[in-house]
Design a protein. Structure first.
Length: 308
């Protein structure tokens, strides 16, 4: 680590990651920090919530943090001149006031570093159901998305952000274009049910400096529910977009990484659960550490095709 004359940390890639913190489990801040650190990024984390475990267990304890909580932490960084971040990554946020403060933080950090890259995973819901307060939607639409360089919604979140239905790939592209029109350079539809039975469709669209490109990947639908895949997807995409500066390559590596991790997770869960038994949420926690080689050097299992 280099240090300048006033003692401020200097680094090539230092990420401010604003994510949930879980005591138990492979999602949220522990997951994203591990992925980024494996690839040589320095990571500072701010918790958006503090839970004992993810909500898929049915029972959990903890706190949803608010604007004062994040303000206290940010002001501590600011008074010590520790704002030299190259990237911001945000995931699940459970409070409107917290999200509004995040907007102010992004704007101020960009005043320090105009080339700051902001990756937004707009975690709001899935399969037609919101699992955050509805008053967060307008903040995402009007304040957060226009600040983002990269946005990674699922199909339902893309509908929420664009205000339009997405029932086929043409509608998905139109909705993604709406986000481009708000200033987002790269929009990646992380998953959708737009494919035929047993197949998920992922789309990646970029509009940078007037140059447009769009790619499509089909992936198999696995018979299981995974928690943390959105965090895994967004962190991996940030890594590969930074390292390869190619939407096609980053898209392929991200999809291949996620698929390798969830396949290993499902194989493990089935083995420990036993024949004909449904795995528990604890058994279905992502096998992240065991997938370190896949995180660092994923085998390209899925090729992106140009799409328009």
């Amino acid at each position: 680590m280099e240090v300048d004359e006033i003692g401020t940390m200097v680094t090539g890639s230092w990420v401010l990651s604003i994510q949930p913190s879980l005591v138990w489990g492979s999602s949220g801040s522990s997951l994203t920090a591990f992925i980024l650190q494996v690839h040589g990024f320095d990571v500072s984390t701010i918790n958006s919530v503090q839970f004992s475990n993810h909500t898929g267990y049915g029972k959990f304890k903890g706190q949803v943090l608010n604007d004062q909580d994040v303000t206290d932490l940010y002001e501590g960084l600011k008074v010590n001149n520790l704002l030299q971040f190259s990237h911001i990554l945000t995931g699940y946020i459970g409070s409107k006031s917290f999200l509004e403060k995040v907007k102010e933080i992004i704007q101020e950090l960009r005043s320090h570093n105009p080339s700051l890259i902001y990756v937004c995973d707009p975690v709001m819901g899935d399969n037609g159901k919101m699992y955050v307060p509805e008053n967060l939607l307008d903040v995402y639409r009007e304040s957060i998305v226009p600040l983002a360089d990269i946005v990674t919604p699922n199909q339902f979140e893309l509908e929420l952000l664009s205000g339009s239905k997405v029932t086929n790939e043409s509608e998905a592209l139109a909705a993604m274009e709406m986000l481009h029109n708000k200033g987002v350079k790269t929009v990646v539809l992380s998953s959708s049910s737009l494919g035929r039975d047993g197949v998920l469709i992922c789309l990646a669209s970029s509009n940078r400096d007037g140059a447009k490109e769009c790619y499509r990947i089909e992936i198999p639908l696995l018979p299981a529910i995974f928690v943390g895949t959105g965090d895994l997807f967004a962190a991996s995409l940030m890594v590969w977009m930074q390292k390869d500066n190619s939407l096609k390559v980053a898209f392929e590596k991200t999809i291949s990484t996620v698929q390798a991790v969830i396949r290993r997770t499902l194989d493990y869960a089935k083995k420990v659960a036993g024949e004909n038994m449904k795995p528990t949420p604890a058994q279905m926690e992502l096998r992240l550490v065991q997938s370190k080689d896949d995180l660092e050097n994923p085998e390209i299992l899925y090729t992106a095709e140009l799409f328009s």
